[in-house]
Write a protein that binds this ligand. Structure first.
Ligand code: BYC
Length: 325
């Protein structure tokens, strides 16, 4: 229990609460990194755990829609690429869980919150992958949106998150290219293949725009996260950047983006685009999307079936650690 004497000792060692807060604010203002042993406001820590856990969960849940197509990939080359990609997503989840652990949140606790629905994962992974072209559309649009959102996170004020993002973004960039190349091959293929590519883009375009989160005036966390330099740009800024990047890419692909209101606005220097269906977004976020239940059921089952691997790893670590001691 804290007493006047222990408070005094803490002040002597770490500075007064005011001095610690001022040091934190100064480090953020100077674009320095906050590291795990540095003092940080509890709300900063909690917000990072919230965002990073959601991000980690998205990576591992995101393996499911694409893994669905590994056994049905149309060639050995495509199968090998897709397997490598899905494996990368598992790796991203692991870097992000490790980074979140540096904030004092254990992996067990985080997974438990995912499995019980107390922590979210990205809305995008609650849509089904109906054809092979969906693998291409996910690579181009979903990984493309992820890169747009995540490159600025490489400059996040929290060191372990920023460093994890550097490697993740490099790998995401490979993922985006494989999707683009796959869609291009389909689009320039037979009329049926072209139609399949167009259908996939029609279904994935709007959910991809929703990945950036609610509009700025509805975003509960953006202002504070940007003040702390966790986020560097608002949801709407990043969404606009993504639309502007995609329009010329769609032209090269020979595919149409399913938005009749999409047009260049000379005055703004950006593309205008149609209204997002926010009812659909919140419905999916709240757990009522087409695949929410399937994704969580599958995740819980994978966790239960993997219990023996965790037990074996823990037993090995205990034996190994014991031998060392
Ligand atoms: N889906 O105040 P806001 C990937 C929640 S890519 C579900 O704007 P924030 C991958 C939000 O959590 C996908 N929930 O929040 C790609 C908050 O709820 P809570 C993962 C969403 O945090 C390819 C509430 O709505 N990427 O992993 O400032 C292959 C209010 O929102 C969504 C990341 O997570 C959504 N789309 O901004 C495989 C990137 N949008 O927490 C894998 C890191 C919002 O109050 N995350 N919500 O219950 C971020 O950059 C930010 O967290 C967001 C949201 C831009 C997503």
């Amino acid at each position: 229990m804290a007493t006047a004497a222990t408070d005094h000792m803490a002040d002597e060692l770490y500075g007064t609460p005011e001095a610690r807060e001022a040091a934190f604010d100064a480090a953020v203002a100077a674009d320095e990194r906050i590291e795990p042993r540095d003092w940080m406001p509890e709300a900063y820590r909690a917000s990072l755990v919230r965002q990073m856990a959601q991000h980690a969960h998205s990576e591992i849940i995101g393996m499911q829609p694409e893994a669905n197509w590994i056994t049905r990939a149309p060639s050995l080359r495509r199968k090998a690429i897709l397997m490598a990609k899905v494996q990368d997503e598992a790796g991203h989840g692991l870097y992000l869980y490790s980074a979140t652990e540096t904030l004092g949140a254990s992996r067990d606790e985080l997974l438990d919150k995912l499995h019980s629905g107390r922590q979210k994962y990205s809305s995008i992974f609650n849509y089904p992958t109906l054809t092979w072209a969906d693998v291409g559309a996910i690579g181009w649009l979903v990984d493309g949106a992820a890169i747009t959102n995540q490159v600025p996170l490489c400059r996040c004020s929290y060191g372990p998150y920023a460093r994890a993002m550097v490697r993740i973004c490099k790998e995401e960039s490979f993922h985006q290219r494989q999707g683009y190349e796959l869609l291009l091959a389909l689009s320039k293929g037979t009329p049926e293949q072209h139609e399949m590519a167009q259908d996939a883009v029609n279904r994935w375009w709007w959910p991809s725009l929703m990945m950036f989160g609610p509009s700025d005036d509805e975003s509960a966390h953006s202002a504070q996260s940007m003040a702390w330099k966790i986020k560097r740009h608002s949801n709407d800024e990043l969404r606009q950047r993504f639309v502007d990047i995609c329009v010329p890419q769609a032209e090269t692909l020979g595919l149409t983006l399913p938005d009749p209101d999409l047009r260049w606005n000379e005055e703004r220097g950006h593309h205008d685009f149609g209204a997002i269906d926010w009812d659909e977004f919140w419905n999916v976020v709240k757990g009522n999307g087409p695949c929410n239940e399937q994704r969580l059921t599958q995740r819980r089952r994978a966790h239960e079936e993997g219990a023996w691997v965790r037990d074996a790893a823990a037993a090995y670590a205990a034996k190994h650690g014991g031998a060392k001691a």
